[in-house]
Design a protein around this ligand. Sequence first.
Ligand code: TXA
Ligand code: MG
Length: 342
Amino acid sequence: MTTLNIKCIHDAAQRLWEGGVLAFPTETVYGLGADAGNEDAVRHVYALKGRPASHPLIVHVLDMEVAEHWTTAIPAAARVLMSRFWPGPLTVVLPARDEVSRVVTGGQDSVALRAPRHPVAQALLKSFGGGLAAPSANPFGRLSPTEAVHVRAYFPNLTVLDGGACRFGLESTIVSLLESSPRVLRLGALPISALREVLGDMVIGTGETGSSSPRVPGALSTHYAPVTPLIIVPLELLEQCAETLMAQGQRVAVLRRLCHPRVSRSGAMLSTIPSFFLPDNPKAYGRRLYASLRDIDRFGFDCLLVEKLPPGEAWWAVNDRLARASTQDISPNLALKKIHGE
Ligand code: TXA
Ligand code: MG
């Protein structure tokens, strides 16, 4: 915690006690926090985000002991997960106590709990003492902020505790423990392989079609979206698609991994196509993704072509966010047909 002293944290906690709303850093993304026990403050968070009241918020707590105040039962699997991954980028969904406000839970009888690892978040929670309801600090449907400056761009009048760039850059992984088998509701910063080491096999999927399925905004098909229309295109077609669109007068950029040389199949440099690069490593790619999309938005391109990423498990969370950010994800043949207007 380099930029914030104890007084800042204490003042922030004081504001929260008084029903205020402020943004704070976590290791995943910045959160828009309010006292989870104060319904007016929580309503203010929904209003600021423009988020429907039926979409529940995560309650951030210091540790498992505080979590016990929010849930009626911590089953064995949850206890194992929390001991192993808290504090960290894991959110667990558990049965809510009757006293937990249904404004926080979006009307459901379950509550999502997470103990963040970021030192500023921990200091704030320690000073505040209770639970902080905090969605990502972005207007509904937009990219989550991974730096304080991103939050300020969305909410110029909001107090933001600056804790630097977020270490993970993707939201927490959400696991529901309401049923007999743990169910992953949202892929995220904690990889499935890490969960599997502890839990063995588990159900992955949001169960979006079931009427009793929990509402998870991150599970809507368009979410985490940049302003620039984004199309996912296989690497071998990236250049051709970009050139075709440019020939039609469109301002196009491409986003690809650094591992691929900036040379086309014909051997020519891709110098005329504005290109942005991210690392060829799922963790590092995820850490930079939102910030890059935000930077690219500033140029006002008509379209961003993003290289289709490998399907392997290590890339799942990043693929999930890209798919939600995209206006379309197209197979090689379709890509060219669409671009040629066929
Ligand atoms: O990394 C993160 O999780 C960040 C940081 C700030 O902690 N928070 C975050 O919050 O991403 P938000 O509100 O943007 O996404 C929380 C997700 C939503 O998809 C919400 O529907 C789901 O958690 N959620 C919350 N309570 C739930 C519940 N009781 N059952 C099922 N899903 C729930
Ligand atoms: Mg969010």
